[in-house]
Structure formats: C-alpha cells, structure tokens
Design a protein around this ligand. Sequence first.
Ligand code: UDX
Ligand code: ADP
Length: 459
Amino acid sequence: MGLKQIKKICCIGAGYVGGPSMAVIANNCPEIEVNVVDINENRINQWNSKELSNLPVFEPGLKNIIKRCRNKNLYFSTDIVNNIKSADMIFISVNTPTKTKGIGAGQAIDLKWVESSAREVSKYASGETIVVEKSTLPVKTAAMIKKILINPSSKNNSKKFHVLSNPEFLAEGTAINDLQKPDRILIGGENSFAINALKKIYLHWVNEDKILETNLWSSELSKLAANAFLAQRISSINSISALCEETGADVNEVALAVGMDSRIGSKFLNAGPGFGGSCFKKDILNLVYLCNHYGLNQVATYWQQIIEINNWQKNRIVKIVVEKLFGSVADKKIGILGFSFKADTNDTRESPAIEICKELLEEGAILQIYDPKVEKEKIESELRAYSRKWNYANSVFDAAKSSDAIILLTEWQEFREIRWEEIHEIMRLPAWIFDTRNICNVNRMKALGFCLWSLGKQN
Ligand code: UDX
Ligand code: ADP
C-alpha cells in the first residue's frame, strides 16, 4: 500500500531545532502546511509575535523566512491535539536533556518529553501517520516510540504508524544555511514508503545524492558519533593550546598546519574556552552511558576524556585570570564579553561562560556581563545564586567601565570591531585583556598599553 501525499506536517516542539527546521521546510514546500506546536504558550506567542525581533530563537536569516511563510503555510500553535489529529507526518523535536536524577543521572538522556509526545501521538493521530524523530536521541529510542505507538489498545482501530529517525545536524548561528544546504540528510527506517515520503520533502531543495538511507539504529548512532567526533576535535586543539602557551608555539599556526593535511581538514580546529551548546556534552555523556551499558568500559573512558579536557580548559582559564590579577580577583570588576556558547546565537545552554563566571564569582569578583543577544533573564537564570555580585551591561563600554580585566568569551563580530583605545581609558590599570577566542591583534593591543593574554600563545 502506498502512502498518501504529505499535505500536513505537525512538529512537536518549537525550540532551537523545531522552529528553524520547520521554517525551512515551509519555505521550500509551499504546498505543505506546517504546524509547529508546543506546550509552552509563551514560546508560541513569541513565535507569533508581530515584532520579529521578539522571536524566541535568534538565527541569521530566520526572520525573513518567518515573515514570508508565517500564517501562509507555517503556523505556530498550542493546539497540540488537533494538529496531531490532522497531520500526515509528525516530527518530534522536544527537549532531550541529560537525566539529573535516578538511574543514569548525569549521563543518560531524560526521555520523558519524548515519551509524553509519543503518547500524545498515539492517542490523537488518525489514519496512517509517519512519526519522525528529530531530536538527538539515544540509540534504540525509536523502539520505545514504536512500543508506545503500537500499543494493544490501538491494535484494532484504523491507526497505523511508521517511525523514522531523521537527526538534525544544524549548528546554531548557521542553522538556516545548514538546513538549506545540508552536508547530508540522514533517514533511518524500515518502511520504504515512509522513507520515500520524507525523502520527497527534502528533494524540494536537496540533491538526491545527499540523502542517505540507513537502518534506524545507524541513523540514531551516527548523530551521537558525529557530535562526539566534532567535540573531540575541539578538545584535541584545546589540549594543544595549553602546550603552545608553555612552549612558544602558536595554536593558530599549529591548527593551520595540521588542518592543511587533507585527511584531517581545516574546519573545527579553533581553540577556545571549551565547547558549549545543548548537544556536544549531552551526546557524549549519552555515548558513554551506552558504552558502559554494553560493557564497553574502555570505549566509555575514551569518550569521557573529551569532556574532562573541556572542563579542564574552562577551569584553567579562571586560574590564569586569578593568577595574572595578582592572585586575587576579590572585589575586582571584570568585564565579561559574550555569554552565548558561540557567536550568532542567543542560546546559552552549556556555554563555557556559565562555568567561568561562576568560578570567578566564587573567587569574589564583581562581573559586568555583556552579550549582544542574550537577555538579562537568561543570564539571571544561570547565575541565580550570585545575583548580587554581577551586573548586566548594556554595551561593551558598560562592561569595561572601571574594570581590572576583560575576558572575551564569545567570538561576536561586534567584539572584533571594538575601539580598544577608548576602552583602555575607562579601565583600571594595569588593564588586562584575556582573549580566549584569539580575536585581538597582539601587537596592536600591546601598543595600546594593554596587558594581553591570548589563548594558545606564549604570553
Ligand atoms: C553542534 C553540531 O555542530 C551540529 O551538527 C549538531 O546538530 C548540534 O551540535 P552547535 O552546538 O549548535 O552544533 O554549534 P557548533 O558550531 O558545533 O559549536 C559547538 C561549540 O564548539 C561552541 O561552543 C563553539 O564555540 C565550539 N567550537 C566550535 C570551538 O571551540 N572551536 C571550533 O573550531 C568549533
Ligand atoms: P531543541 O534545542 O532540541 O530544539 P528546546 O528546549 O529549544 O530544544 O525546544 C524543545 C521544545 O519542546 C520546548 O519549547 C518545549 O516546551 C517543547 N516540548 C517539550 N515537550 C513537549 C510536548 N510533550 N508537547 C509539546 N511541546 C513539548
């Protein structure tokens, strides 16, 4: 039996993945109605906001698509039930954080949001429905989704489900471009009609040779493995950055030389304050959990080390700052430039800035935090315990005022254009700049009278 034409899509979860990925589908497939639903009413209101700068997700290029498609073939709503009922295809794009309690706490993924979405689908879907896992999930989650969907009570009715794994590889800050021009589209599944129905959607804008079909488990594991490999590159170059500081090698030069080997490649070799984002740590922890579960303890230890190096990198930056500021930062003002985990996103999940700020606050520093896109409330929720010791700065200037040091943590373009001569005038001397992203020109900063510490360089 062939499947009906996909006319209506429902995406459960209007977050950083669900929102942009559905916007791009709607933009490329005008004949398909795309409904993005969420239990969070506030988030849906933000997506529906007339003022496009109020969208809950900041991504270059997103506003334009929303402007074009919203309320034409792209809708944001809290009506989960009716949108599930009428959908031919349902994407599950809900949060999948690491478990904080119980078995697997600190490593395994908390599947409660996936489970409750699957239960809603099982209850309300009608006819033949394709259910697509979009969120990054542990291997064999599709089996759980299937068990929930194909439960005995729905056996005798007309409902029929096909489960596919279609992990999203977008990186935040470049999400629209990544979605529009993906390196590959991965579709894992068993039913060729379902696979073809999803493939047909992507063929609107993606070449067939970029669409890879695998079994369900390969698809689920590929996503975890890809993120683990990417994070591994960052921990590798970050470990080398420390060695560069000791030896006089320059980490940028080393990265360039290493990356010119075509077997290694030049991307993802920027040393920095440690990787952040919602995926890398979570996915590696999940991989570690899976390996231990299957008795592959050496493999688990191998991947765990990527996270250890990442924690160490954040920690050693704090130690260096304290050491340079004469062994104490107590009651000293420090400007923090950048709180998001990378440039061009307002997302702060697992941002290295969080850990670095917390440690500095523990040391008694008074932080003046500025980020071009992260709102005060988000920073507040991360640093709740330290509310009296930090201020939200409205500009680079505010963050720098009367400070003993500035720590550059995110590579925002705005920070590449800072008029450092003006900043020098408003800081307390000696004015320290800690550049963890290699944004500053060493000679120029020194000529301006700054004390500069650059990551991965002998200082
Ligand atoms: C990542 C994957 O890239 C993406 O494919 C997956 O779907 C989700 O996880 P994301 O976390 O959004 O995407 O951003 P990414 O560009 O991968 O950056 C992750 C972190 O690594 C950031 O904190 C970034 O600053 C850091 N990073 C990245 C470096 O420190 N150096 C680099 O060379 C690259
Ligand atoms: P991601 O980065 O994976 O997109 P987010 O946390 O940004 O993660 O988004 C996930 C969204 O999924 C949140 O807005 C959350 O409210 C929503 N969500 C979680 N569970 C459900 C559910 N059962 N039904 C609808 N939406 C849900």
